[in-house]
Write a protein that binds this ligand. Structure first.
Ligand code: FE2
Ligand code: FE2
Length: 408
């Protein structure tokens, strides 16, 4: 076999391997990809790893046989070149598809009305003469998915917009999974246009959800929702565009980047969280916001066999940092509404903004006080003289459950 053909075999095998490796390194450096791999989409990723490694195996076989010469090496070399070519085409094709989606056409020239979390929203004066507010929170509308309930998410936004216009609501916190596929311009176009139609002036504070982050979708999420004045929309004092602290009088909201779970929530993030908690005056209210839930009732996912309830890693790695310190932790991710009291903190789940409801739970979280499946709605939080008044409402604003978290 000629040394020329030999080196071509090596070059194309190396090119295929590096193209796939570069794509996978980029993908796993993006928010949420490691979580995606661990929680749902393992097979396609493993298939890409195998496709990237096959050319190396082919090249190794050619190297091992090169001294033998003859027909066998010619055949093996031919197979190796074909495999490497196919592998290279797959790596380039997948990269092209993902990059043109994640960074392609602008989804929308407009965007929802977005708050700068470092500045927050103007407070009103309550009956006790102290600053007060009333905000609504919900999560998981999943724009771009056929199975989502467009009527429910519109109703929730229209109700919130009407209250904002009437001066009885100050902001809307969207806790993630705004869209089904974060890298798709079409999903964001639908989301942004619908939000602007239903809630043109309602001020949003938003978090990045695991679906928003798919794959490299964080750039599109930032284009829609990042409200900070720093680079990449990071608010002053914040960690990222979706991890920040917002002070509202005696209430302090701390938003954390927890998409599928604690993947990516390392020493830096833990130290930042500890600093925020330390800086908040004793006696004030602390409300932690996260896309992924901590405690939740739920089910075993049939496809992956994973438990979508009381999130083991979140409870082990993140919950101890906030339990007993935060008064209220509000999340989405599971498409339910639930109020759980455990470890000296209230854990609320409000993944009810229109995403397809999750199944009837087969597991009930031990601290569950109130639970709702198959209904859409929002959680309204209001600072009152007696404490933090929390009320789950359906999409029309009817009360479903309410509690006051008393003053310390
Ligand atoms: Fe979701
Ligand atoms: Fe989610």
């Amino acid at each position: 076999m000629s040394s020329r053909k030999n080196s071509f075999t090596m070059v194309i095998a190396g090119a295929a391997f590096f193209a796939m490796a570069a794509f996978l390194i980029w993908a796993f450096s993006q928010a949420g990809t490691l979580g995606m791999y661990r929680w749902g989409y393992r097979t396609p990723v493993l298939a890409l790893v195998v496709v990237g490694l096959l050319p190396l195996a082919g090249a190794a076989a050619v190297l091992a046989l090169r001294k033998r010469g003859g027909k066998l090496i010619a055949i093996v070399s031919g197979i190796s070149i074909s495999v490497s070519t196919l592998s290279l085409l797959v790596a380039l094709g997948v990269s092209l598809y993902i990059f043109t989606n994640a960074y392609g056409t602008v989804a929308s020239v407009e965007r929802p009305t977005v708050l700068d979390p470092a500045k927050g929203f103007p407070l009103r004066t309550g009956p006790d003469g102290r600053p007060t507010f009333r905000v609504a929170l919900s999560s998981d509308p999943h724009y771009g998915r056929e199975a989502s309930n467009a009527q429910a998410r519109s109703a929730i936004l229209r109700l919130s917009q009407a209250e904002y216009a009437a001066g009885s609501l100050d902001a809307f916190f969207a806790l993630g999974d705004t869209v089904e596929m974060g890298m798709e311009a079409d999903d964001w176009k639908e989301a942004i246009e619908s939000i602007r139609q239903d809630a043109p002036t309602l001020p949003f504070a938003a978090l990045l959800g695991n679906h928003d982050g798919l794959i490299g979708g964080a750039t599109r999420w930032r284009a829609a929702f990042a409200g900070g004045s720093g680079r990449n929309g990071v608010p002053e004092g914040g960690l990222t565009a979706s991890s920040w602290r917002m002070d509202a009088g005696q209430v302090h909201f701390i938003a954390l980047d927890l998409l599928w779970g604690p993947e990516g929530f390392g020493a830096k993030e833990k130290a930042w969280l500890a600093d925020q908690l330390k800086a908040i005056p004793a006696g004030d209210f602390i409300v932690v916001l996260s896309h992924s839930f901590f405690y939740s009732s739920g089910y075993i996912d049939e496809g992956s066999g994973k438990a979508w309830y009381d999130h083991e890693e979140m409870l082990r790695e993140v919950a101890p940092l906030i339990a007993g310190k935060a008064d209220l932790v509000i999340s989405g991710h599971n498409h339910y509404m639930e109020w759980i009291e455990a470890d000296g903190t209230v854990w609320a789940v409000v993944g009810a903004m229109g995403g397809k409801p999750d199944p009837v739970p087969t597991y009930v979280s031990p601290g569950s006080v109130w639970f709702s499946q198959g209904r859409f709605g929002r959680l309204v939080v209001e600072l009152k003289p007696e404490g933090l008044a929390c009320e789950f409402q359906d999409q029309e604003g009817n009360q479903l459950f309410s509690r006051v978290i008393p003053k310390h």
